[in-house]
Design a protein around this ligand. Structure first.
Ligand code: SF4
Length: 350
């Protein structure tokens, strides 16, 4: 991803009572599912030429989307907007079977960039539905991932937005009930929702494994540790990125006096820094590292040049690309299914 032209020296170095420093959370930024989805669009453009259509934002980050648009991707809300015979990429958040069928009926060449960890939840929904369970899906109404998952068991799934929804729930058979969740929720809030669900429905079944994904969990653990010592936390990411917004909530719940989300460093306000000695920095799972670097550069201008990493986990997960893209542009297969790409997260190199 290209860097944003920085507006340097916009923030002033004003005195505070203690030494200024930045605590930089790790892991942060790109997860394996986002990395795969972004590469999928780039490779689709290489293989098939422009335009390549993408249903919804490939990942929820404004910078990633606008960069891919400049490279020739066209983002649409509905497959009905795509000319017959075109290539269309389904986003990392996944789609319902109805969307897959609509694309096929339209004669589109679909490339599925659904994160494999979202596909796992889809499979759970199908299996539990087939086994005559009703599903309580904990997630946010209107989120694309939730729509995609509900579409795999539409007659069996009830959405639970959070703890406040539990009291009014009505279920068909409380003994054949399972909970699943969106992958990018707050772990603590989801566990509270499950606790309340179990109070009402003691025979509630658990999913076979965590639905909240490793990347969401790891980023929340890291920002909790940072927030314990930070006066202010800055989270880089877009407003429609669920896991990014959760990082702001988690920072505030775990000790930060203030926490703000920014898409770009230029959104940091001078008054946020007043009296703040320790600033925590992290980024959501769909955020390229260049955007974090811009934040660090701007904070250095304001006297926060001492950057200390707070590492709570190492990540090395990689997912193979969608099958249509596993060869490089010369048609050579790649043993790891990465289509000639290598993956090295910027933050791991530092
Ligand atoms: S946040 Fe988790 S579920 Fe979403 S794309 Fe990343 S790894 Fe996949």
């Amino acid at each position: 991803m290209p860097r944003i032209p920085a507006v340097r020296d916009r923030l002033k170095d004003t005195p505070v009572a203690a030494p200024k420093r930045v605590l930089l959370a790790a892991p942060r930024g790109y997860c394996a599912g986002v990395d795969r989805a972004v590469i999928a669009v780039e490779k689709a453009l290489e293989h098939f030429g422009s335009p390549v259509y993408v249903r919804k934002q490939i990942v929820h980050n404004i910078h990633v989307v606008s960069t891919l648009e400049r490279q020739g991707a066209i983002f649409v809300d509905d497959v009905a907007e795509v000319p017959t015979g075109s290539h269309i990429v389904f986003s990392a958040h996944g789609v319902s079977p109805a969307v897959v069928s609509a694309a096929a009926e339209r004669g589109l060449e679909a490339i599925d960039a659904t994160c494999p960890l979202v596909t796992k939840v889809h499979r759970e929904a199908v299996r539990f539905s087939r086994d005559n369970f009703d599903i309580l899906l904990i997630g946010h109404a209107g989120h694309e991932e939730v729509e995609g998952t509900m579409g795999h068991a539409p007659d069996r799934t009830t959405l639970v937005n959070g703890p406040a929804d539990v009291a009014a729930l009505e279920v068909r058979d409380p003994d054949n009930l399972v909970w699943l969740s969106q992958t990018t929720l707050s772990v603590d809030e989801t566990m509270e929702t499950v606790r309340l669900l179990r109070e009402r429905f003691p025979n509630l079944h658990n999913p076979p494994s965590d639905d909240i994904c490793y990347a969401t969990q790891n980023r929340q653990v890291a920002i909790k540790k940072v927030a314990e010592e930070a006066d202010l936390v800055i989270v880089v990411g877009s407003a429609n990125s669920s896991n990014t917004v959760r990082l702001v909530d988690v920072a505030l719940e775990h000790g930060a006096k203030a926490a703000y989300r920014v898409d770009y460093a230029s959104e940091i306000q001078q008054e946020w820094l007043e009296g703040m000695a320790t600033i925590g920095v992290t980024s959501g799972a769909s955020v390229p590292e260049v955007l974090v670097q811009e934040v660090l550069d701007d904070l250095a201008d304001a006297g926060y040049a001492d950057v200390q990493r707070v590492v709570t986990a190492e990540e090395d997960l990689m997912f193979s690309l969608p099958k249509e893209l596993r060869k490089d542009v010369n048609g050579e297969a790649d043993s790891r299914g990465l289509g000639g790409r290598t993956r090295q997260l910027d933050w791991q190199a530092k």
